[in-house]
Design a protein around this ligand. Structure first.
Ligand SMILES: C[S@@+](CC[C@H](N)C(=O)[O-])C[C@H]1O[C@@H](n2cnc3c(N)ncnc32)[C@H](O)[C@@H]1O
Length: 204
């Protein structure tokens, strides 16, 4: 990403209603199903949604009884919108650039929908992997969703990298074992379709 991410994303959320961005999901059912399955019903499992933005996902997890949910984002505006949706008031928030974040604890579940694909340079992807390795507990699961090979080439004015499941697994490296993968057709608020690839992988 050429521009400072904080500046870029604050600008995006300052000028757009969170329900009118291309990645908006009224019901994050695919992520909820993958997360619920990965933590095997353990409501105390520490879960982090990185680049969660204004997504309803963290609030839905808390409302479903998950007691240790964190959302990290570089945009304060997005985090404020996320907090306003949380009926439990229990979702923890981290305002930081993910690539320079120093996690203070470990999580059982790392969820990333539509963040990793903005990392078009190898140095940024290395930085992401280093943070993931610090944050995810051994035996923990990463749920990663990006644009598919036939997905959009750009999002929010930024170029993206596109992946199939093998490509995403390769990005995670040898420390991670691919456990499931698939495709998802995301319908934008203006009803165009964006093809996503998702994977789940466990950390050894
Ligand atoms: C396309 S949106 C996806 C939001 C959310 N995951 C969802 O599915 O609705 C990308 C999000 O990643 C955040 N983001 C981008 N780069 C980031 C970085 N380096 N550190 C933290 N958050 C970042 C943006 O602020 C934005 O909320």
């Amino acid at each position: 990403m050429s521009q400072d991410p904080q500046h870029h994303w604050e600008d995006v959320y300052a000028h757009r209603d969170p329900a009118e961005v291309s990645w908006y999901q009224a019901d994050p059912a695919p992520s909820l199903a993958l997360i619920t399955s990965a933590v095997n019903g353990d409501l105390a499992a520490p879960i982090i949604d990185v680049g969660g933005g204004a997504s309803i996902l963290s609030s839905r997890l808390a409302a479903a009884g998950h007691t240790d949910v964190t959302v990290l984002d570089v945009s304060r505006t997005a985090l404020a919108a996320s907090r306003a949706q949380d009926p439990t008031g229990t979702v923890q928030q981290v305002h930081h650039d993910l690539l320079t974040w120093k996690p203070q604890r470990r999580y059982r579940l790392w969820h990333d929908r539509a963040v990793f694909h903005f990392l078009t340079g190898p140095a940024d992807r290395d930085a992401y992997r280093a943070v993931l390795d610090q944050a995810l507990a051994p035996g923990g699961t990463v749920v990663l969703a990006t644009f598919a090979l036939d997905g959009p080439t750009h999002c929010s004015g930024l170029e993206v990298a596109r992946y199939d499941a093998a490509g995403l697994a390769a990005e995670l490296g040898d420390r991670y074992t691919l456990t499931a993968h698939g495709r998802h057709d995301h319908h934008t608020p203006w009803n165009t379709v964006q093809h996503f690839t998702w994977i789940t992988a466990t950390r050894t």
